[in-house]
Design a protein around this ligand. Structure first.
Ligand SMILES: C[S@@+](CC[C@H](N)C(=O)[O-])C[C@H]1O[C@@H](n2cnc3c(N)ncnc32)[C@H](O)[C@@H]1O
Length: 424
């Protein structure tokens, strides 16, 4: 990736990002928006982010190595300097001496880590001597999450899911209309089943062909499936109840439905508006809590992409693995049930409701469907057919829901659950 490690500012920003990523859910997203990271020049921002992602994708194996070298646990900031140093030594092709010396400089630059300069030097030199570790799927994942996946989907699937943690994902694109061959070629994009395209391109997305004129938006191939299951068309109405940043709203609007996008976060809804403007699509945007939104309208198609643990998004957001806690699942599942009740009231007779989450946890998927059907006898499941909307055959459950595991899409995809209901 780079021959020379960046200087101190990029490494200090990387340390701040890593600390934020590990301290709380969405901590990384917040830290990416503020200084010191946001104040770096673009190239150094790229390096700081890549360094943190390299560490988060292999945090389990790195910590095992460090535990073997440390006699007692050092302060967290020192451990984080070592984690970044190890990631750069093994997976960023930087010269060992440079990684060791810049990591020591970083430790020396802060009061709390300064007394541990010698430790940083000794541990990183020892790691460099030993060489890169082998990456076992089980070690790439926190134990509690791996145990959950093994219990829910079987040990073999858990291992295949976890093996993708260390892989850098390619970008997937959704197009407003099927792209002309010359645009697909310029984007180095290959068609995937269902209508998404996958590109191996790197660099700034805003500089790729077709970005400026709004021909496409970035959307994981798995994340693009749920909105297709509503199969909306011109003359229909649709509401996307947790809409930001808006990938699914854009799909509904591009398919011709008169679309309303609701999100409780005004700043996040601004991103939906920006995406609509860039793609020249239209939708009404509403800042509201979808569980308490008093709008009396009902819709032909209702999409609830509910807030969830997001454990299925670890390929692009490896921080979710390390910032999530076992206790996060139950409160989110309760809020999903509440949102589903509210969503049900917004479906016209004969209309469709798609519930989805980017989670690998059954409490947020299968168990929500079970509870909803008991509470809402006026709804029934409308089974999803194998292949429908790009749904891989092996993702379709016995009752016709989508349980997409990250390895079901060739090359990897987000983990997703979706269920489609119709109202009698
Ligand atoms: C999983 S993301 C949605 C992703 C989006 N559907 C897309 O495809 O781009 C969840 C969103 O739900 C919003 N949200 C969370 N709780 C909400 C609520 N009670 N009402 C409305 N929006 C909510 C969050 O602000 C966040 O933007």
């Amino acid at each position: 990736m780079t021959d020379q490690p960046e200087g101190l500012p990029a490494r200090a920003a990387a340390l701040d990002l890593l600390q934020a990523a590990l301290s709380r859910r969405a901590g990384l997203d917040d830290a990416l928006m503020r200084p010191p990271f946001s104040a770096l020049p673009p190239r150094e921002r790229g390096h700081a982010r890549a360094l943190v992602m390299a560490a988060l994708r292999r945090l389990g194996p790195i910590d095992r190595l460090l535990d073997g070298k440390l006699q007692k646990p050092p302060p967290e900031a020192v451990r984080n300097i070592l984690r970044l140093g190890a990631a750069e030594l093994f997976w960023m092709q930087a010269p060992d001496f440079a990684v060791v010396s810049t990591s020591v400089d970083l430790a020396a630059s802060r009061k709390e880590t300064r007394p541990f300069k010698g430790l940083v030097n000794a541990v990183l030199r020892a790691l460099a001597r030993d060489g890169a570790p082998t990456l076992e799927p089980q070690n790439l994942c926190p134990d509690w999450l791996y145990a959950r996946w093994a219990a829910a989907w079987g040990p073999d699937s858990a291992s295949r899911i976890a093996a993708l943690i260390a892989e850098e994902p390619s970008a997937d694109l959704s197009f407003k209309a099927p792209p002309p061959p010359e645009l697909a070629a310029a984007l180095e994009a290959q068609a995937l089943p269902g209508g998404s395209w996958r590109t191996g391109r790197g660099g700034l997305v805003t500089e790729w062909p077709g970005f400026e004129d709004g021909s496409w938006w970035v959307q994981d191939a798995a994340a693009a499936i749920p909105a297709r299951l509503l199969a909306v068309g011109p003359g229909e109405t649709a509401v996307d109840l947790c809409a930001a940043p808006g990938g699914k709203t854009l799909q509904l609007a591009a398919a011709g439905a008169a679309t309303v996008a609701v999100d409780r976060s005004a700043p996040r809804l601004t991103r939906v508006a920006e995406n609509l403007a860039r793609t020249r699509l239209s939708a009404e945007t509403v800042v509201a809590d979808a569980a308490a939104w008093t709008d009396p309208r009902t819709f032909d198609a209702v999409l609830l992409d509910a807030p969830c643990t997001a454990t299925g998004t670890f390929r692009r957001h490896p921080d979710v693995l390390w910032a999530s806690r076992p206790g996060d699942v139950a409160p989110l599942a309760r809020s999903q049930a509440k949102l589903l009740e509210s969503a049900a009231g917004r479906v016209k007779p004969g209309g469709r409701l798609v519930y989805c989450v980017c989670s690998l946890e059954p409490e947020e998927g299968e168990q929500q469907v079970e509870g909803f059907l008991k509470r809402q006898p006026g709804f029934r499941l409308a089974p999803i057919a194998p292949g429908e909307g790009g749904a891989p055959t092996e993702s379709i459950t016995a009752d016709g829901c989508l349980r997409l595991l990250p390895f079901h899409i060739e090359g990897g995809g987000d983990g997703f659950f979706a269920a489609r209901f119709v109202k009698a």
